[in-house]
Design a protein around this ligand. Structure first.
Ligand SMILES: *Cc1c(COP(=O)(O)O)cnc(C)c1O
Length: 373
């Protein structure tokens, strides 16, 4: 098998989706599976659908096109506001998109008319993350403009948290968002099919004690793929955190003299290089580097420490037995490392796991009480 490679356990992704969809379902919240972390990999997207995701979403049109050309059938939403230059591609490959600019929405409307279709619009509302979003005070006006435009149909509104500022939504913010949904309907009519509350960072709120109000959708990537809640980094109970494994090959095992005072080019690695001087007796190199993944997002094999990395080499220190030349070393990845590794041209993706099956009604309906551990 070729190295480096990512082994993907599709059964675990299916199971994670099923677990989280099973907990959110009784609260009236559906799951949209977000595939940007895996570059729109069709088999992984299919595992999300098989686990009960109601639809798929991605941030890049190139990933959406990859999903479409693999024959994915479910609705696909573009969750990053479209580039003005890509309006035609967006209406051709996505049923719906998230939007924050009326100029872009007009371009989508014109493109949809050219295409003989109607494109669904979600308006992204700024609720405090300060990334993309329409300010609440401007929302009504924009919603009314969209209502009057042919070629587009207003499908819903969305909020997004913890992406730029790293802060999970509070119950108060979510209640305010639900009020906005009610207010928009009061002004424009009862059309909001989807009120999308946010991403994986919303899970503690969505699975908490209080009512979830108007929210009937969450867009989940990290929670499904890695089984963790992104703000705390904690594992979500009952979810697999090891659906993905990065495997690389050992290319050098020889000893090296302890490092003298070297100029440290990369401050983030300084701490780890110094660690080598104290205690780490043996070292080895694997054929993988910064070009392939976010090295600081890898968890090292048990007992080993990261000594440092360059574009193509990863130097690891170990107090125990060195692995043999040509053997494989396995790493778990955080979301950043996964995202980079999935996009790296030299890393092969190897799919493991049983062929997709529809989860039985029995397992789907079984709901444990929700808790993040
Ligand atoms: C990335 C993204 C998501 C998914 O975020 P996760 O933390 O991976 O669940 C949802 N919505 C938008 C707008 C995004 O950009």
């Amino acid at each position: 098998m070729s190295c480096p490679r990512i082994e993907v356990d599709l059964g675990k992704i299916r199971s994670n989706t099923q677990t989280i969809a099973g907990r959110l379902g009784p609260r009236g919240i559906g799951v949209t599976g977000v595939t940007k972390g895996v570059c729109g990999h069709p088999a992984i997207a299919q595992a999300m659908l098989d686990g009960g995701a109601a639809g798929l979403a991605d941030a890049r049109i190139s990933n959406v096109q990859r999903l479409c050309s693999a024959g994915m059938t479910g609705p696909i939403t573009l969750i990053r506001t479209p580039m003005l230059s890509q309006a035609d591609q967006v209406v051709q490959s996505c049923e719906t998109s998230y939007n924050t600019e009326i100029l872009v929405i007009s371009a989508l409307a014109a493109a949809a008319i050219r295409n003989g279709s109607v494109h669904g619009i979600f308006l992204m509302v700024e609720m405090g993350d300060l990334r993309d979003g329409i300010l609440p005070e401007n929302l009504e006006d924009i919603a009314q403009q969209v209502m009057q435009m042919s070629g587009v149909a207003l499908k819903g509104i969305g909020a997004n948290f913890a992406c730029l500022n790293g802060l999970a939504p509070t119950a108060l913010q979510m209640a305010a968002f639900c009020d906005i949904a009610n207010e928009i309907e009061r002004v424009c009519g009862p059309f909001l099919e989807i009120v999308s509350g946010g991403n994986s960072a919303n899970l503690p709120w969505a699975l908490g004690e209080h009512a979830t109000g108007r929210v009937n959708d969450l867009r989940l990537g990290e929670a499904i793929l890695l089984g963790v809640e992104p703000v705390s980094g904690d594992r979500i109970e009952g979810m697999y955190t090891d659906a993905f494994t990065l495997v690389a090959e050992v290319i050098e095992t020889g000893a090296k003299p302890a490092p003298s005072a070297i100029a440290l080019v990369e401050p983030t690695l300084a701490r780890r290089r110094i660690a080598q001087a104290s205690g780490v007796s043996k070292r080895f190199i694997v054929a993988m580097g910064h070009q392939d993944t976010d090295i600081l997002g890898l968890s090292m094999p048990v007992g080993s420490t990261l000594i440092g990395a360059t574009s193509d080499h990863l130097v690891i220190g170990t107090p125990g037995t060195q692995p043999t030349l040509g053997s494989e070393v396995r790493f778990q990845m955080n979301y950043n490392a996964l995202m980079h590794a999935m996009a790296a041209p030299d890393i092969k993706v190897e799919l493991l796991g049983s062929p997709p099956t529809r989860p039985s009604r029995h397992t789907q309906g079984k709901v444990e009480h929700l808790a993040l551990v």
